[in-house]
Ligand binder design. Structure first.
Ligand code: D54
Ligand code: ZN
Length: 277
């Protein structure tokens, strides 16, 4: 498991390309037959990429790091499948997830394993986990159950649909709010006008991006913007002081997920063009 540390915004200003990528970019999440885990000390979020191949993969804890007997002893988990059809077995119950279906697993779930239905088209489970204080019911969140928001316009190249899968309007969770944003064909901008939210951190995971294309993900304090060039199936960690926005050289989809003080999706601190530099 890889561990990432928080950063003061003053330090963020002086990093070069390599430094920004080392601290904030998460690559190689999906390796056939592997479970990859990145533990960020920003709000203790865990980012996980699970790509089962011929055998199922179990989500285990690392006792030396987390100090508990099983991974969800004091945590909750959100999953969105970005690959072929797959199954998640939680304490003996199977949940089937097609591409872009989700699942919420509550605190106290003990045995969690992931498998692909067909190794010729393996599942890719993208997961976020935050700390939890209470058990809420484990449930599948098929794509159709998500709450939809329509934002942007073709004129501004940012017409997109936000699908909230783990959100208080859909199901209860302790901290985690998670879903994905699909850009309409020919649209390339996400989350512009940009925002921060002092009270929550956020992680973006880009997918459905052609391998020949890239997203210039924008980060930094609103008056100190930087970019990270992101390829398909890579994630960027966003501290609460950082904007998180991007423009692609082609169409893409991205999973966003937040943890922090509250679950009020709309209470962003907007950064207008006049606020940015
Ligand atoms: O705080 C909310 C998050 O940044 C995203 O949900 C925004 C987003 O998906 C978008 O504007 O496309
Ligand atoms: Zn945000």
């Amino acid at each position: 498991m890889e561990i990432r540390h928080p950063m003061h915004p003053g330090h963020g200003k002086v990093l070069d390309t390599e430094g920004l990528r080392r601290e904030f970019l998460v690559q190689n999440l999906f390796v056939p037959g592997s479970l990859k885990m990145v533990y960020s000390h920003i709000d203790r979020i865990v980012i996980c990429g699970i790509m089962p191949f011929n055998e199922s993969l179990e989500l285990k804890t690392d006792r030396g790091v987390f100090g508990v007997d099983y991974f969800l002893e004091r945590r909750e988990l959100g999953v969105i499948n970005v690959g072929g059809p797959g199954t998640i077995r939680i304490d003996g119950t199977d949940y089937s997830l097609d591409c872009k279906d989700g699942l919420y697993a509550g605190m106290g779930s003990r045995e969690i394993s992931f498998s692909s239905r067909d190794s010729a088209d393996p599942a890719k489970f993208y997961c976020l986990s935050g700390t939890a204080h209470k058990r809420y019911d484990t449930q599948a969140v098929p794509r159709g159950k998500a709450r939809e928001l329509h934002l942007g316009s073709d004129e501004n190249c940012n017409r997109r649909v936000i699908r909230q899968l783990i959100h208080p309007a859909v199901l209860p969770s302790c901290q985690l709010v998670m879903g994905y944003t699909e850009l309409a064909k020919g649209n390339v901008w996400n989350t512009m006008p940009a925002h921060t939210h002092e009270r929550r951190m956020e992680v973006y995971f880009y997918f459905e991006l052609d391998p020949d294309q890239a997203v210039f993900h924008l980060m930094g304090e609103p008056r100190e913007t930087r970019h990270i060039l992101v390829r398909n199936e890579e994630a960027v960690i966003s501290p609460s002081w950082s904007i998180h926005s991007g423009v692609g050289t082609g169409n893409y989809t991205f999973i966003w997920g937040m943890v922090g003080e509250n679950q009020t999706f709309d209470d962003m601190d907007g950064a207008s063009m006049d606020d940015m530099a």
